[in-house]
Design a protein around this ligand. Structure first.
Ligand SMILES: Nc1ncnc2c1ncn2[C@@H]1O[C@H](COP(=O)(O)OP(=O)(O)O)[C@@H](O)[C@H]1O
Ligand SMILES: [Mg+2]
Length: 339
């Protein structure tokens, strides 16, 4: 736990130049909505607002990443695109014994509903991100993502689930999906993908909107890989349902896809999203099943779950969304599970 008092002590030992000030005259600290893993504060220094994101120690096997260094590198690389907050400072703090990222606060609120204009702006911002020249970026993770690498990840997450105390019917349902997915991957041809900078966690809560402008936050999982994942995350139902009770309507999905694809030079993007979609649902569904089971069976320390129960329960909701989507798809139709 990092308390507001800890943050205050930390701020006061920073050099004022970090913020472009000669002196630090006033400091006011308020908590931001807390995520699952990190501690987020908004700190008003000399009347200007900054976000302090203090990372919990790196958690192994975290699909959505929590590397402060990567977030800091990503924010610096995309600075000129103006689609994300301005990074101010990053360091490992020996005082807090944690990584700390400081960036300028973005006025606005989390994306809670989708007007056509918001959808168009997200599509434009994402197209800008995916068009960025990455040839000089060396210090971000790089991953060639094929249907074969996806099925390998899926099998590995399934094996982890297999070791947990999961309801037999639920596990059988997923076992069946995995078997179907293996056959599907064997029968489909791969399509080469361009590698671009992918955000990787495009949930509505990571988009801050004010009027017609918006900024994307929470860059903990930047990867040089297939942009299909970001497009899928925004238009398909899993990430949206992490935050909102309803998915995008068919018309909204179409508007996003049309706007995005008219702005990028990626002729096979839609084909790749379509081909990989079920695999993404299965991967995310299994990951959510794993995390929710760990939470429910008390394997996550109370320090991480206390007061955040509503967040942990979201894993179960998204897992159900993924199951529903997989059941709808003909390649993944499974027979009714019997005891
Ligand atoms: N620049 C910002 N402007 C406004 N709100 C922010 C900003 N940065 C973070 N927040 C708020 O803090 C929350 C957590 O930040 P985020 O970077 O998404 O961390 P986490 O990894 O814990 O989800 C966000 O959901 C948002 O509500
Ligand atoms: Mg977040």
């Amino acid at each position: 736990m990092v308390s507001p008092t800890d943050v205050k002590v930390y701020v006061e030992q920073l050099k004022p130049e970090v913020f472009g000030f000669e002196n630090i005259n006033s400091v006011e600290i308020n908590q931001l909505p807390q995520g699952l893993w990190n501690f987020n504060y908004v700190v008003k220094i000399n009347g200007e607002k900054f976000v302090f994101k203090i990372y919990s120690p790196n958690i192994p096997e975290l699909l959505f990443g929590n590397k402060g260094k990567d977030e800091s590198v990503a924010l610096n690389v995309i600075k000129d695109l103006q689609i994300a907050p301005e990074p101010i400072h990053f360091e490992y703090s020996h005082l807090l014994e944690k990584e700390v990222l400081i960036y300028r606060f973005v006025e606005g609120s989390q994306l809670l509903s989708f007007s056509n204009s918001v959808i168009e702006v997200v599509a434009k911002n994402l197209a800008k991100l995916h068009a960025l020249d990455i040839s000089k970026i060396e210090d971000l993770p790089r991953k060639k993502e094929t249907m074969h690498t996806l099925i390998t990840d899926i099998i590995s997450t399934f094996e982890k689930c297999n070791k947990l105390n999961i309801d037999k019917n639920e596990l059988n349902l997923f076992r069946n999906f995995v078997e179907k997915a293996k056959k599907y991957v064997d029968s489909e041809s791969e399509i080469e993908h361009p590698s671009v900078l992918v955000h990787g966690d495009l949930a509505p809560c990571n988009i801050i909107v004010e009027n017609d402008t918006l900024k994307i936050i929470d860059w903990q999982r930047p990867t040089l890989t297939d942009p299909a994942f970001d497009v899928w995350a925004f238009v398909e139902d899993a990430f949206v349902r992490w935050d909102l009770p309803e998915a995008l309507s068919e018309g909204q999905k179409k508007l996003f896809i049309e706007t995005y694809s008219s702005l990028v030079n990626d002729p096979t993007i839609l084909e790749r999203v379509k081909k990989k979609s079920s695999l993404y649902y299965l991967n995310v569904g299994l990951y959510c099943l794993m995390r929710y089971t760990e939470y429910e069976s008390g394997q996550i320390s109370p320090e991480r779950t206390k007061g955040k129960e509503h967040l942990w329960k979201k894993y179960n909701i998204v897992k159900d969304v993924c199951v529903e989507k997989l059941k709808e798809r003909s390649t993944f139709k499974v027979p009714a599970v019997t005891n």
